[in-house]
Design a protein around this ligand. Structure first.
Ligand code: GTP
Length: 596
């Protein structure tokens, strides 16, 4: 049976999920009712669905010219916004459907995802979706695609994932245009793990693409990157999208493997599975290691305990290998974890997944980027928290990560965006026109200047139409300093920040104003100071109160008094005491807003 392995890539909201549902429905894998139920669902369910059904690969059968094709649709694990995640899925495919919204046209991530597919050497099937919309301009968008990406406009398939129009042509093109998998059936087993997850009953479930040979039930296997430990395949199969057990996955096929693996650390995304008795001489190239660029701390919050948070992260990392964590403790927030992410959005997604999938509450500190430090004695190393910065007298140079950012905007947003980028120390590189109405601006800009609220600013500067994408281009030296925050004379490590000297004072001052609003008055006056080294650069004061809160209710009824006390106690639980000052957890996030 001919096999076609493909993935769908798109800019967010261009209809990737709807189109995949439509494809599944067309192949009879889901019913019309399920299709409607799913697409009309709200975000919560959409996300859950994305994880339960399409975490990895769905196999459908399709009759084309009298031949039965096995179409394996490999979805990107986690969220599609991250190139790295997209790249992982793409490596398991021969083709990609590139979806573009017929009303919105090519966006920043359309370009980024298309390049990822081209780099992975995939055959691209361009699709213009949502042609049913009154504002759709399919031909125009096809030309745009040709202009920006060099994809032949006449190759585009016009579809509506919503009404089903054009889907038949798309499925036929999957069969005719995409090449079949090219592995060697007579070689020892080599299977690429492109995703995995933990199931309470089955242990680790690894999603694989068989590159060479075949994998069978009962076979002894091992992971080439993990030494000699052997496992016996207890079940394998594919999702159709129902889980369907089968006896073997052959060359080029995609599916899942269960082998009673209880140790989460034994399975690594990107590793190669081989036969334990007849191992392949060489592992598959796997995935390039990624460098994490954004870091923050997660501490257990609300009712969540430290151990619960750790267990949840152990499981999550199995499903998203580009996120990392290590134990951390802070004077102010107790025991938690220092976590590394590919970028800001990645951070948000991980936090959200912890909350949704594991019912965990976290307190997150402000994100920072990685800095490269060169000491006077020539030693070079990286730090991912301001508190790790050595004494300034030992530092020769601090280097910060720079990104090349492509911003796609309607032409009338250009002025506002240029101002925004200038304010954030961006270096202008070039302007490219997409037709007459839209522009791609390229800037090189410090990542640290983008991690706070850049995206929101971009959206408001362009009435929501601007989109951005970036890649890290390396470290550059900058006039950077650490600003420490002293509360009542005590330095609060979790509030330190590294920033450019030119705006250190302004940021320090803003943070103090925020803090002042967050920290309650105490019985004594509390000075708040921002300092660079020993030099105070800004100061605010929280005035003292002399009275207990219940004093307000003097003479009032008892229940109201009790309520107030309860409320005060409730608030206290989420306080951290530094020296003799109670700092609410919200204050640790004030630094986020001070970044503006
Ligand atoms: P993310 O999962 O958030 O990345 O988005 P996505 O690319 O998967 O898009 P999704 O399928 O969630 O679609 C985004 C919105 O576009 C939804 O409100 C869909 O109902 C709508 N949509 C998708 N396809 C079509 C279409 O062909 N026509 C119309 N009119 N709306 C569509």
């Amino acid at each position: 049976m001919p096999i076609r392995n493909f993935s769908i890539v798109a800019h967010i909201d261009h209809g990737k999920s709807t189109l995949s549902d439509r494809l599944l429905m067309r192949a009879g894998a889901i019913t019309e009712r399920e299709f409607r139920a799913q697409t009309l669902d709200d975000m919560d369910l959409e996300r859950e669905r994305g994880i339960t059904i399409k975490a990895s690969a769905v196999s459908i059968n399709h009759q084309h010219n009298g031949e039965n094709f096995l179409l394996n649709f490999i979805d990107t694990p986690g969220h599609v916004d991250f190139h790295y995640e997209v790249q992982k899925a793409l490596q398991a495919c021969e083709g990609a459907i590139l979806v573009v919204d017929a009303a919105q046209g090519v966006q920043a991530q359309t370009v980024a995802n298309a390049y990822a597919a081209i780099e992975a050497d995939l055959e691209i099937i361009p699709v213009i979706n949502k042609i049913d919309l009154p504002s759709a301009r399919p031909e125009h968008m096809a030309e745009e695609l040709e202009q920006v990406l060099g994809i032949d406009a006449t190759e585009c398939i016009y579809v509506s994932a919503k009404t089903g129009q054009g889907i038949d042509e798309l499925i036929d093109r999957l069969c005719t245009q995409l090449p079949g998998p090219s592995g060697k059936a007579d070689q020892p087993l080599r299977a690429l793990i492109f995703d995995s997850l933990y199931d309470d009953y089955r242990g680790v479930v690894a999603y694989i693409r068989v590159v060479d040979g075949e994998i069978r039930k009962g076979q002894k296997i091992k992971f080439m990157g993990q030494g000699e430990r052997e496992y016996v395949v207890s079940s394998l199969g594919r999702h159709t999208p129902k889980r369907t057990d089968i006896d073997a996955l052959k060359t080029g096929e995609v599916g899942y493997v269960v082998a009673n693996i209880k140790e989460l650390g034994d399975v690594r995304i990107g590793d190669t599975i081989t036969d334990a008795d007849n191992p392949a001489p060489e592992a598959l190239p796997g995935y390039e290691p990624v460098s994490q660029m954004v870091f923050c701390d997660f501490y257990p919050g609300g009712r969540t305990q430290y151990d619960e948070l750790r267990d949840a992260m152990d499981r999550l990392v199995l499903n998203d290998s580009s996120f990392s964590f290590s134990p951390e403790s802070s004077d102010a927030l107790g025991f938690g974890f220092r976590c590394g992410f590919l970028g800001l959005l990645h951070m948000e997604i991980i936090q959200e997944r912890l909350e949704r999938e594991f019912n965990i509450e976290v307190v997150q500190t402000a994100p920072t980027v990685t800095y490269e430090i060169e000491k006077v004695d020539g030693e070079v190393f990286t730090i991912d928290a301001p508190s790790q910065l050595p004494d300034p007298s030992h530092i020769e140079e601090i280097r910060e990560p720079f990104i090349r950012m492509a911003i796609m905007t309607p032409a009338n947003g250009v002025g506002a965006i240029m101002k925004l980028c200038d304010d954030r120390r961006g270096e202008y590189k070039k302007t490219e026109y997409v037709g007459t109405e839209r522009v791609i601006l390229t800037y090189e800009i410090p990542l640290a200047e983008v991690i706070y609220d850049f995206y929101d600013r971009l959206k408001s500067a362009t009435s929501g139409y601007g989109t951005m994408d970036y890649e890290v281009i390396g470290f550059r030296a900058g006039n950077l300093v650490r600003v420490d925050i002293l509360v009542n004379g005590d330095r609060v490590d979790a509030l330190s920040m590294i920033c450019h000297r030119s705006n250190a004072e302004q940021r320090g001052r803003k943070l103090l104003v925020k803090l002042k609003g967050e920290i309650d008055r105490h019985l004594f006056e509390i000075p708040l100071q921002a300092a660079i080294g020993g030099k105070i650069i800004a100061r605010e004061t929280i005035k003292s109160v002399g009275k207990n809160v219940t004093a307000k209710c003097y003479g009032g009824d008892v229940s109201r008094k009790r309520k107030l006390l309860e409320k005060q106690k409730e608030g206290k639980k989420r306080m951290k005491r530094v020296g003799s000052v109670d700092i609410p957890q919200g204050a640790f996030l004030a630094i986020l807003e001070a970044g503006e």
